[in-house]
Design a protein around this ligand. Sequence first.
Ligand code: COA
Length: 508
Amino acid sequence: MYLDRIKNPSLWAKVVSAESAAQLIKDGMTVGMSGFTRAGEAKAVPMALAERARHDPVGITLITGASLGNDLDRTLGEAGVIKRRMPFQADPGLRKLINDGKVMFVDQHLSETVEMLRSGQIGPVDVAIVEAVAIKENGEIVPTTSVGNSATFALLAKQIIVELNIGHSASLEGLHDIYIPTRRPYREPIPVTSPQSRAGLPFIPVDISRIAAIVITDRPDSCASVTDPDEGTAAIASHLTEFLGHEVNKGRMPLSLAPLQAGIGSIANAVMHGFIDSRFNNLSMYSEVLQDSTFDLFDSGKLTFASGSSITLSQAKMDVLKNLERYKSRLILRPQEISNHPEVIRRLGLIAINTALEADLYGNVNSTHVSGTHMMNGVGGSGDFARNAYLSVFVTKSTAKDGRISSIVPMVTHVDHCEHDVDLIVTEHGLADLRGLAPRERAPLIIENCVDPSYRTLLSDYFKDALKLGGQTPHVLDKAFFMHAAYRDTGSMLPQLAKPKAKAAVAA
Ligand code: COA
């Protein structure tokens, strides 16, 4: 039964099929949909929309919190429904459509989307589709496993479709803290002074008259596909925890460190696992995605509190949602503009740990564009955190694609995080502490500590040639991408692994 989850009986008549609700979405509309890193997305209505598009073409701008589960981005993309997408995605099918130029992807800092919507710089939002665990007496929506941008979508949309997901445990109610910053020019400080701070309401307040349809579902969130920690990620974690241990010894931090933020993906998740065997204790998190490692850290007794915008778990960890009561008093889910807000991040003094696709000799980081042109996922929240954190850490394995790509290159082919936002670079070989170093001091340290031994000579030779030309940040402009060009032409940045046939194929 679901009626007990719709507390206002006047809304019962709004319950319709997903197909009927999908009819509210017209060609050319902007749709704001719940969903953040595969958690808490609306599921039935977008599927019905994709199905409808088979015989009734419909194209929309789709704005979410972040990436979606249940293959929704692929399904909607391949059905031709998504014409424009923001602010983040992580789906291989949609990635292809983006890189083929068929979907216009606006890659945004995750804290900024709703500011732009509320001020009318983008939008307006025609329809909001929000997954809920309950609808309260006055129509207030209780979100599920993510908050993302849902509160502002519901506030701004002309019509709201609520997907009431009865498969989610009712115990999710009470987990959320919905705070929307006050209007400019009278904006007040955000009253979040610790990861535990509650600043708002445990539900999304809405104008009940704008709830146009309610769709009942029980489809679960998709599982995260993080890979288990391995030797390389364990080494990265060990370099970082050793470094933080020195910081504690120098009296710069207590053993509880500073609140931790960890980015998405296998590497960041594995690095967080590294804290389990560390000497630190009473840790806290102020992050956006709470992955498996958050709950492993709770279970190990190392973590006292975690604030995020979503809970995204692998299959092995899905039981967390069934046993939520065990963790609930130590968790808060917030809108992503608050979990990622520069003001709060700077106030709390976070240790931000995000992943680089590639970094260069001077500490610039590319997290998004393969070979400078092809979108991987998007910048997500990494920029929100990197610029404003107390300590901004970028982790990456030193090589990719079986050693054929070096993750440290002379010059990154796309800059997401500039040298001014990056304090530490860590690979399995070691850590480069860039704080207080000029570019000419950074390069030798990064080569010595972070580069895979097989690439050290190539990079030191480049740096020596660059020094001859001088400058604050020495480069040989006509050679700066020689490693990327070698990969394009021969399938490897390392001459020893080059495949001459690949070169011939490209030339042909
Ligand atoms: N060039 C080309 N491909 C590269 C590469 C490089 N320099 N470095 C890594 N890759 C490839 C890997 O081979 C892998 O490919 P595969 O999927 O075909 O196996 C893929 O990128 C993912 O790399 P992986 O090593 O598995 O790391 P990950 O799962 O931790 O993801 C990012 C790394 C950078 C893609 C991911 O963290 C990301 O999208 N970050 C940007 C958003 C972000 O940081 N959000 C966090 C804020 S909370």
